[in-house]
Design a protein around this ligand. Structure first.
Ligand SMILES: [Zn+2]
Length: 450
C-alpha cells in the first residue's frame, strides 16, 4: 500500500481511498499569463509520476487540475500588451499544454477553467457571508479565518503566529492581516462578472475550493501542489470548505522547490528558468529522469551538470532497450519489481526506485555479455515495466546516434587507418555493447541503432 507524507499530519501515512479502486486527486494548475517555468515542470512531473504509478498499480485515477484564466497577472499583461485578458489566457494555456506534452505529462481527466465556475464561486461566497465568516468592504469581500478552529494546519503554525507573521497591507478595511479576498470588485476596464456585491472577479483561493469539490466531491482523496502553495493558498481553500460545512481533501501532498544553477549554465544551454527552453535544448525526458532521481520533497538542482548526467543515464537506458529489443518475451524479474514497488510505496522514494532500474540495466547487460539470454530478457522486461510505471519513454529504435558513439566510430577509423586491428576490434565491440550495429563502408565506419 502506498504511504505518503501528509502535510496536514506532518508524517507519512497510508493513502486511504474514499472509493474502492478509485483515486480522486486535485492538483493546482497554472495561472496562464506567461510561459511555464521549471517549478511548473517539477510539480507536473511529480504528480504525473504519482498518477501513472497508481494507474500502473491497477487503480483508476481521476486527476483534476485547473487552469486559472482570470487573475491580476493576466489582466496586467493584457493591459501592457493592449489585448484582452481572454486572449492572453488562451495563448498561454496553449503554451502550457505544449510544454506538458513535451515532457510527457498526461492531460488531466478534467481541467476546469476559473471563468467557467464564477457562478458557483459567487454561491460559495454568498454562503460564507450568510454564515458570518465573510464581510464586504469597498474593494471586495473578505474571509475571516479566525472561526476555523484548526486554521494553520497546513502552515504547521498557530493562527496567532500566522497573524503576527502576516504582511500588513495598506488596506485598512481588512479586519486582520490574515483575512483574504474572496471577491475583488472590478476597477474600470477590468473583466468582471455580476455578483450581489457588484461586478468583479473571484479570488484565487475560492476558485480551487469550488472546482475541486464540484468535480471530486466532499472528502476527495488527495490535494497536491508545490510546497509554496501549502500556505496560504491551500490553507485558505481548506478554511473556506470547512467554514461552509464541507469535508475537504483527505490527504495533502506538496513537492519541494527547484534550484537553478548559475550563470555558466544559462549561457551554455539557454535560460533554463523557462521550461520550453529546457525541453528545446535537451532531451525532454531528461527533466523527468532528474525529477525521478530526486525525492519529491527535496529540492532539485537543475543545471548543466545535472541535466547532462540525466541525459547520459537515459542513453544507457536507450542502449539497453535497443540491445534487448529482439529478445524473446519474458516474465519481468519479480524480485526487482517487488523492490521497485516497495520503494515507490515508501513515500514515493523514486531515487531508490531509479537505482533498482539502473541496476537492472547493469545486470541485464552482464547477462547478455555472458550469453544468458533468459536472465537478460527477464531484466529487460522489468526495465520496461518500471519505465512504463513512471512514464519514462524508451527509445528503442531511435535513428539518432549519440555523439559519444560517433566519436568511438571516428577513433575506430583512425585505428584502421594505422592498421591497429586490435584497437579497431575493441572499439567495434564497445559500439556494439551500446546497442549499435557497426558496418564497414568505403566512407569508413557507419553506425546505426540495432
Ligand atoms: Zn489551487
Amino acid at each position: 500500500m502506498l504511504r505518503l507524507f501528509d502535510t496536514a499530519e506532518g508524517r507519512v501515512v497510508p493513502l486511504e481511498l474514499r472509493d474502492d479502486g478509485v483515486v480522486s486527486m486535485y492538483v493546482c494548475g497554472p495561472t496562464v499569463y506567461g510561459p511555464p517555468h521549471l517549478g511548473h515542470g517539477r510539480f507536473s512531473l511529480v504528480f504525473d509520476v504519482l498518477r501513472r504509478y497508481l494507474e500502473w498499480s491497477g487503480l483508476e485515477v481521476r486527476y483534476v487540475s485547473n487552469i486559472t484564466d482570470i487573475d491580476d497577472k493576466i489582466i496586467q499583461r493584457a493591459n501592457d500588451e493592449g489585448r484582452s485578458a481572454q486572449e492572453v489566457a488562451e495563448q498561454y494555456e496553449q503554451v502550457w499544454y505544449q510544454a506538458m506534452d513535451a515532457i510527457g505529462v498526461k492531460r488531466p481527466t478534467e481541467d476546469p477553467h476559473a471563468t467557467g465556475y464564477v457562478d458557483r464561486m459567487v454561491e460559495l461566497i454568498a454562503e460564507l457571508m450568510d454564515r458570518g465568516v465573510a464581510y464586504e468592504t469597498s474593494d471586495g469581500v473578505y474571509f475571516d479565518p479566525s472561526g476555523v478552529s484548526d486554521y494553520g494546519l497546513l502552515a504547521r503554525q498557530s493562527i496567532d503566529s500566522l497573524r503576527v507573521g502576516a504582511r500588513v497591507e495598506a488596506n485598512e478595511e481588512k479586519r486582520s492581516p490574515i483575512d483574504f479576498a474572496l471577491w475583488k470588485k472590478a476597477k474600470p476596464g477590468e473583466p468582471a462578472w455580476p455578483s450581489p456585491w457588484g461586478p468583479g472577479r473571484p479570488g484565487w483561493h475560492t476558485e480551487c475550493v469550488v472546482m475541486s469539490l464540484d468535480l471530486l466531491g466532499d472528502g476527495f482523496d488527495l490535494h497536491g501542489g508545490g510546497q509554496d502553495l501549502a500556505f496560504p493558498h491551500h490553507e485558505n481553500e481548506r478554511a473556506q470548505a470547512v467554514a461552509a460545512g464541507h469535508t475537504f481533501a483527505h490527504h495533502w501532498m506538496h513537492n519541494g522547490f527547484v534550484e537553478v544553477g548559475g550563470e555558466k549554465m544559462s549561457k551554455s544551454l539557454g535560460n533554463f528558468t523557462n521550461l520550453l527552453d529546457l525541453v528545446e535544448s535537451t532531451d525532454p525526458r531528461s527533466y523527468r529522469l532528474l525529477v525521478l532521481q530526486s525525492h519529491y520533497r527535496s529540492p532539485v538542482e537543475v543545471n548543466k551538470a545535472t541535466i547532462d548526467a540525466a541525459t547520459s543515464a537515459l542513453e544507457r537506458l536507450d542502449a539497453f532497450a535497443r540491445r534487448t529489443a529482439d529478445l524473446p518475451p519474458a516474465t519481468p524479474d519479480a524480485e526487482a519489481l517487488d523492490a521497485f514497488r516497495r520503494h515507490m510505496d515508501d513515500d514515493l522514494d523514486t531515487p531508490a526506485a531509479m537505482d533498482v532500474l539502473f541496476s537492472l540495466v547493469r545486470r541485464g547487460n552482464q547477462a547478455l555479455d555472458a550469453g544468458d539470454v533468459h536472465a537478460a530478457a527477464a531484466a529487460a522486461a522489468a526495465v520496461r515495466e518500471v519505465c512504463r510505471a513512471v512514464g519514462l519513454e524508451l527509445h528503442e529504435t531511435s535513428g539518432e546516434v549519440p555523439p559519444e558513439v560517433l566519436e568511438l566510430a571516428r577513433q575506430r577509423d583512425d585505428a584502421r587507418a594505422r592498421k591497429d586491428w586490435a584497437s579497431a576490434d575493441a572499439l567495434r565491440d564497445q559500439i556494439q555493447a551500446r546497442g549499435f550495429v557497426v558496418e564497414d563502408t568505403p566512407a569508413g565506419t557507419q553506425v546505426r541503432p540495432a
